[in-house]
Design a protein around this ligand. Sequence first.
Ligand code: FAD
Length: 466
Amino acid sequence: MSQETYDLVVIGSGPGGYVAAIRAAQLGMRTACVEKDPTLGGTCLNVGCIPSKALLESSERFAAARLHSAEHGIKISGVELDLPTMLGRKDKVVKQLTGGVAGLFRKHKITWAKGLGTIVAPGKVEVRGETAQVLDTKRILIATGSVPATIPGVAFDGDRIGHSTHALAYPAVPGHLIVIGAGVIGLELGSVWARLGAKVTVLEYLPALLPMMDPDVSKVAAKVFAKQGLDIRLGVKVTGATRKGDAVDVTYTAPDGQTQTLTGDRVLVAVGRKPTTEGLGAEAVGVQLDRRGFIQVDAHYATAVPGIWAIGDVIPGPMLAHKAEEEGIAAVEHMAGLPGHVNYDAIPNIIYTHPEIASVGKTEPELKQAGVPFKKGSFPFLANARAKALGETDGLVKILAHAETDRVLGVHIIGPRAGDLIAEAAVAIEFSASAEDIARSVHAHPTLSEVVKEAALDAGGRVLNI
Ligand code: FAD
């Protein structure tokens, strides 16, 4: 047992924890970060955002080479999948980035305490790894993230019935992949394997696709996914998944009440994630959890126990890497007496399918429900020169602005590079810009960003190119 005195011990090295540790070090705090996994970076870098985007990119290139080269006048024959190389490239990208975090820790003199962190008392974190030690600290920041959840009747078997981590490393393209849940993870990983040749059936409990997105965007998404061959069945309740040798029978109740069985060779359970508090000892020292297991914090990320804060997936709110990062920075800045702040109205949400889907701010139904008077403008990628040149014309940009003040309240995009285009909208909302501010800003030609400008012009009744 060794004793150290830190200003801050962060538990968990995901995007919330590692960024918080760096910010704390920048602010002069003696900082340690406890991580139980062999590499830094948490879910996002190891088994989340990064490997999924690497596979989305590779599988998209495969699909483009097979399906979309001829229209550009490029004849490619004999296109073959080399899955081990594709998976190896993904692993290499992950390794570079997790190694990068280790480098940042060295640069900022942050101690990486390897092992499971347990809060044994306020100001004391026991770390059990190859050796056991107790870290003495003035403050503790819990950033333990989340793990995949499942539903009754469907147990992970680590092989044929698995979660996103398994779907990032299937050793062969499944013949028939059954995805339970049409959320972000289900759609992204379903798309990867569909592009690589799997038949993909997606079973979704809710009666509508992507209900959190603006309906105009969800409608386009449903059409595009159907065109890509994703068989998405809505309003179905999965009741069980049973192994039959190398196959799995998935039973569900269809919207008409009938029980149906679907046989696939792999099942990806993508029904959401649950906060990680196992082994953390948080409750034993008085940290309070809500009924879904999330740690309860105040507006400054402080828990009920003085000296203990929590951020990221382990507290309520959208489970997003950039949300975790911003909370980590704000929490640490508060600890240092600075005015840390996260604007929850300006957090972009992106689905990296093809085309991408991105949104920030309120949807039309949300504004209606809140009784906020609004006007709207929209513009299709079909009428954009760059989208035509790319050959990617599916989708639109929709802007919602306050009816009286013209302040931008929500921006919703489905189309090429929507995930990059949404940044302008997030800045507009952060700076309380009006739709006219966007419309009068010069957007380079020919770029996809002109679709955002035209949608803003449309909100003011003066769209030009349609
Ligand atoms: P995490 O990243 O979950 O990190 C928590 C860390 O804490 C882990 O390393 C864990 O090992 C460690 N830990 C837990 N308990 C202890 C303990 N007691 N002691 C020591 N260490 C502990 N988000 C996006 O914004 N964009 C995306 O494109 C995106 N894609 C995703 C794709 C997939 C397949 C998945 C699964 C998730 C994706 N996410 C994405 C979500 C994103 O990964 C999470 O929102 C983000 O990682 C949360 O960060 P965090 O720091 O709160 O926790």
